[in-house]
Design a protein around this ligand. Structure first.
Ligand code: 5RP
Length: 261
């Protein structure tokens, strides 16, 4: 791997060279959900969480207007969009950000959602491939988000298919969902895998989810709603970090979380 790309990847996921997990904070939901609960005033929620995240997955608008410019946190920039929650089928995404703008925004990684098995599968694969060609030119690593389209099962067969296709196309990191048999997915995907948290669940369950994913070969989490919608987001990201980076037992991490409430 080219020095620049390697260096960017290690900055986004500092656990990689150390063999530990990494915490990417996902706050890009507004690109189709608007002012999603917990992120109504982005700066207020996000800035206190920055010291506990290894990297930040974000849209260029919120990066521009809500994140202090003097931060050192590595940026994972969302590059695809094309829908809102008002549309029943949200799989029709395209590449919507120029690679030059990603570079101007000092992105350390670029992210794109591909929708395998959806009506727009072909479009998202071709657009994703265009992004890969552009990002490779500048040594910027690519995060594939295996988005789950309408009527798709989040099971091992489907998620492994979507993850493996993403690698075959040239992704450097895969973001997918945890599922039963997840260790088989991570074995069949020869690049780092990270998991999304998904819809808000009780904090203890989210910590258990993070623990299970790491145990089954994930190299980190790209978690959003289970952090910023938690009763205490700042304590929750610290609890997630203790599980993912320090290998703390999820029950102990939850006890610590409760003490901080
Ligand atoms: C939206 C995304 C989100 O970043 C992703 O879903 C992670 O956030 P959460 O933990 O809330 O699921 O890619 O398309």
């Amino acid at each position: 791997m080219h020095w620049g790309k390697h260096n960017r990847l290690d900055r986004v996921m500092p656990g990689l060279p150390q063999g530990t997990g990494s915490v990417m904070l996902a706050i890009d939901h507004g690109y189709f959900m608007g002012a999603v609960g917990g992120l109504e005033v982005p700066k207020e929620t996000i800035v206190p969480l920055l010291p506990y995240a290894d990297s930040l997955m974000i849209t260029r608008g919120i990066l521009q207007y809500s994140i202090p410019k003097r931060t050192n946190i590595p940026i994972v920039l969302r590059m695809s969009s094309g829908n809102s929650i008002l549309n029943e089928d949200m799989s029709c995404e395209k590449l919507c950000v120029d690679i030059e703008d990603a570079i101007r925004m000092n992105a350390s990684m670029v992210a794109f959602s591909i929708y395998i098995g959806s009506e727009w599968e072909h479009q998202t694969i071709v657009e994703f491939s265009k992004l890969i060609n552009k990002a490779k030119r500048y040594g910027i690593p690519i995060l594939a988000v295996t988005a789950v389209g309408k009527n798709m099962n989040r099971d091992l067969k489907y998620l492994t298919l979507a993850s493996r296709i993403s690698v075959e196309l040239g992704a450097d990191v895969i973001k997918t969902y945890y599922c039963e048999g997840f260790d088989q997915l991570t074995k069949s995907v020869p690049v780092p895998v990270i998991i999304a948290g998904g819809k808000k669940i009780p904090e203890a369950d989210a910590l258990q989810l993070a623990h299970n994913a790491i145990k089954d070969g994930a190299r980190g989490v790209d978690m959003g709603r289970n952090i910023f919608k938690a009763e205490n987001p700042k304590s929750m990201i610290q609890a997630v970090r203790s599980v993912v980076v320090d290998g703390v037992n999820p029950a102990d991490a939850f006890t610590q979380y409760q003490k901080a409430l």
